[in-house]
Write a protein that binds this ligand. Structure first.
Ligand SMILES: Cc1cc2nc3c(=O)[nH]c(=O)nc-3n(C[C@H](O)[C@H](O)[C@H](O)COP(=O)(O)OP(=O)(O)OC[C@H]3O[C@@H](n4cnc5c(N)ncnc54)[C@H](O)[C@@H]3O)c2cc1C
Length: 320
């Protein structure tokens, strides 16, 4: 067994950034002594397959089937297992999105192998990866590997690993003859109204906490997010208060994000919030309390009243 199989997630035929990061990371590890193979699953998705060569895949299996148009844990597990049977990889990478977090343990259970979730760093020794993953809400890290059978199933935290084009081309093969026995069928996916940028996808996030005082002041947070071209995030305190939908919540019981820039406005920095954003590349905190814990992890701290700090920031960014 050698090589890395990467499950590539698409939405409406468009490859998700987190999956390109996973393919690139597989390529950076030289395919673990073999090829980087991708498996793309869905309906009417063939056009996206060849482009994966540019990101490091040498081979792409496409499971294109109307029954796989919407995510099905059973159907997608079947497709990944079939691709693994052909590629015989020593590792399977999955982007740790909502879909990937559901799929990775199922694939591991199907193959009877070990899985490591939410990985932020990988080291290859022979054909075995040792993976670093945050534990205790990000207060510590564990180094984990899997014993025994291969492949190792590994889910990678989105936005931690770089997506890098390496300029190759991929051989595309269709994955036919899947024994699909789908008992739980997803009938419809209803998108949130408004077409807002999802915090899990965004490269820049501006989040508001209880310090914004009321739901109407999310307009101020949004003005900064819009000026920066980012998404609006939130602490749990304001989600619980009903000021903004849970889809915006960052943290242990919300979304885990790793944007290039995270601006925390009126957020104290409780450990459960940090669990969701501490791996952001640059953290800026605006808080009127100089002792707020958020300043311990911030790269830039602004001690001040957010209602006075944000409007001139927005004006300055717009002027740029
Ligand atoms: C099991 C569990 C899971 C949890 N999961 C999450 C989670 O996923 N995400 C999450 O966020 N929390 C989570 N929490 C809650 C967490 O413990 C905190 O209660 C929460 O993060 C606090 O939100 P906050 O920072 O907005 O509010 P606060 O802690 O009340 O902080 C408000 C901050 O605003 C500052 N401030 C006030 N006025 C101004 C102003 N005018 N200008 C500038 N600054 C100002 C204050 O100095 C203060 O630091 C969880 C808790 C538990 C127990």
């Amino acid at each position: 067994m050698a090589g890395i199989l990467v499950f590539v997630e698409q939405r409406d035929g468009e490859i998700r950034k987190a999956s390109l990061q996973a393919v690139s990371e597989a390529k950076r590890h030289g395919g673990a002594g073999g090829e980087v193979t991708a498996v793309l699953v869905g309906a009417g998705i063939g056009a996206a397959a060849a482009g994966l060569g540019a990101w490091g895949a040498a081979r792409v299996f496409v499971a294109d089937n109307p029954a796989l148009g919407l995510y099905s844990a059973e159907g997608y597990t079947e497709a990944v297992a079939a691709a693994a049977a052909k590629a015989q990889p020593s590792a399977i990478f999955v982007a740790g999105t909502a879909m990937g977090r559901d799929l990775a343990p199922r694939v591991a259970a199907r193959l009877g192998v070990g899985a490591i979730a939410d990985v932020v760093k990988l080291a290859l020794d022979g054909d075995a990866f040792t993976a670093r993953r945050p534990i205790y809400s990000g207060k510590a890290f564990a180094e984990a590997t899997t014993a025994g059978k291969r492949p190792q199933v590994i889910s990678l935290r989105p936005n931690v690993f770089a997506a890098e084009e390496s300029g190759g081309s991929a051989a595309v093969e269709s994955l036919d003859g899947l024994g699909l026995a789908i008992r739980a069928v997803v009938k419809e996916l209803v998108k949130a109204a408004g077409g807002e940028l999802d915090v899990a996808e965004a490269d820049i996030i501006v989040s508001g906490g209880r310090g914004i005082k009321g739901p109407e002041n999310f307009a101020l947070i949004k003005s900064l997010a819009d000026a920066l071209g980012g998404a609006v995030g939130a602490s749990r305190a304001v989600v619980d208060a009903g000021w903004i939908a849970h889809s915006h919540q960052v943290g242990q019981t919300g979304k885990v994000v790793s944007p290039s820039l995270y601006v925390a406005c009126g957020i104290s920095g409780a450990i459960q919030h940090l669990a969701g954003m501490s791996s952001s590349k640059i953290i800026v905190a605006i808080n009127k309390d100089p002792d707020a814990p958020i300043f311990k992890i911030a790269d830039y701290g602004i001690v001040g009243d957010l209602f006075e700090v944000i409007p001139p920031m927005v004006a300055a960014i717009k002027a740029l």
